[in-house]
Ligand binder design. Structure first.
Ligand code: B12
Ligand code: SF4
Ligand code: SF4
Length: 341
């Protein structure tokens, strides 16, 4: 057998043994689909995430991050919820599924390091670096190039048999491994995600206008949320899964890893009463920490306005009286609950 093929099989076996659900190999040369990223920036769809416009040259060449790199190991970790969510209770804050468990950055980075140690045992000259959600990489593009899934119309990487509730990690390394073949598109004529997106952020996919994406607005955006997008927020306080909930490829998939799936749950009333220490305790060790207390309070106030639950008028007023709350969002919510003025 070709020794490269043999080594690739060993590395993949180690990746699965280490706990990753899928693994594929992409070349470490020029990033595929770089022109789509440029088009996204040209349209201004990155909005305030100006950091994404930096490091353009590094993004085009993963081998710049690791001199002498030949291959990218693209790794997949599922976080699909166990069974269906409980019926939507408008007083419970919606938290995106990817963030309910332990912080995937830490979990997956650590696992990558274990994997690298094991690869080094079979290939002593191995050198590599692990990346999880690292800005100067197009992780979905690399994973699609490595044949672990295809890019859905909602922009997400969809893995056959696992769906899109998966998180991605990469090891860029010096091993010269044969790349895997990309998969064909699996969306076909379906447009469920386009119809399900509450703000029309997907247009006709697969590029997403982050300025309208509720994930971006709740997690990345600071300051006020534009009045015309507030009702679309529903009870979302951290992230959005609407375009994944609608996807037929997410039905009947096996539950994700327990560590990533998580059980964090909080009501809108509880968040509205939060102080810095409460935010700290709830978000510790979770990707939920990406949004700061002012964003949580703003989002919870708007979600309270959308809930139709008049028992939240009291907590909203107390937040306003405290002086440090998001005055504009609270005023909007009170008016929506018929308690304005
Ligand atoms: C910025 C960012 C965001 C932004 C912008 C998202 C977007 N769609 O562009 C915001 C804050 C909105 C966001 C939201 C979410 N994110 Co995010 N995000 C990122 C980040 C840091 C960069 C993504 C980026 O560069 N976007 C710009 C666009 C143009 O690039 P792209 O989406 O990667 O698309 C590339 C390829 O898909 C390809 N491509 C696009 N269309 C097509 C079509 C075809 C046919 C082909 C062949 C290729 C192709 O070209 C593009 C350019 O290279 C990545 C981590 C990383 N470094 O890659 C995580 C990442 C994409 N996010 C992730 C997650 C989990 C989410 C959310 C599900 C979280 C949530 N529940 O709220 C949502 C999903 C929203 C959505 N529908 O995309 C995961 C995605 C896992 C997956 N299965 O796809 C990533 C990979 C993090 C990780 N390590 O796991 N995110
Ligand atoms: S995450 Fe929500 S707002 Fe963003 S594209 Fe998907 S459905 Fe639309
Ligand atoms: S909902 Fe349909 S179009 Fe959208 S990503 Fe899933 S399969 Fe593709």
């Amino acid at each position: 057998m070709d020794p490269r093929v043999e080594l690739a099989a060993v590395v993949k076996k180690l990746a699965l043994e280490t706990g990753f659900a899928r693994v594929g190999i992409a070349p470490a040369g020029p990033t595929p689909h770089a022109e789509l990223f440029d088009e996204w920036l040209r349209r201004g769809w990155h909005g305030e995430m100006s950091y994404l416009a930096r490091d353009a040259e590094t993004r085009r060449r993963p081998d710049r991050l690791v001199p002498g790199a030949r291959s990218v190991l693209c790794l997949v970790a599922p976080y699909a919820p166990v069974g269906e969510d409980a019926p939507a209770n408008p007083s419970v804050a919606f938290l995106a599924r990817y963030a309910r468990g332990r912080d995937y950055h830490k979990v997956l980075k650590k696992r990558c390091h274990v994997l690298m140690d094991r690869i080094r045992e079979v290939s002593p000259d191995f050198e590599g670096r692990a990346f999880v959600d690292s800005v100067p990489l197009s992780e979905r593009s690399l994973a699609a190039a490595a044949g672990v899934g295809w890019i859905g119309r909602n922009g997400c990487l969809i893995v056959p048999g696992l769906g899109s509730y998966v998180l991605l990690a990469e090891i860029i390394c010096n091993l010269d491994l044969p790349p895997d073949a990309p998969l064909p598109d699996g969306c076909g004529p379906c447009r469920q995600c386009v119809f399900a997106c509450p703000t029309g952020a997907i247009a006709d996919g697969p590029l997403v206008d982050a300025r309208r994406c509720l994930s971006c607005l709740t997690i990345e955006h600071r300051g006020e949320i534009a009045p015309e997008l507030r009702a679309a927020l529903g009870r979302r306080v951290f992230g959005c899964d609407a375009c994944q909930e609608a996807c037929p490829h997410n039905r009947g998939v096996p539950p994700g890893e327990a560590e990533l799936t998580g059980e964090r749950r909080v009501t809108l009333a509880e968040i509205l009463a939060w102080r810095e220490g409460d935010w700290d305790a709830f978000t510790r060790g979770a990707a939920l920490r990406r949004a700061k207390l002012d964003q949580w309070l703003r989002n919870a106030a708007l979600a309270a306005g959308n809930s139709g639950d008049t028992s939240l008028i009291g907590p909203l007023r107390r937040l306003l009286a405290g002086g440090a709350g998001p005055a504009d969002a609270v005023a909007w919510a009170l008016a929506r609950l018929g308690a304005g003025g």
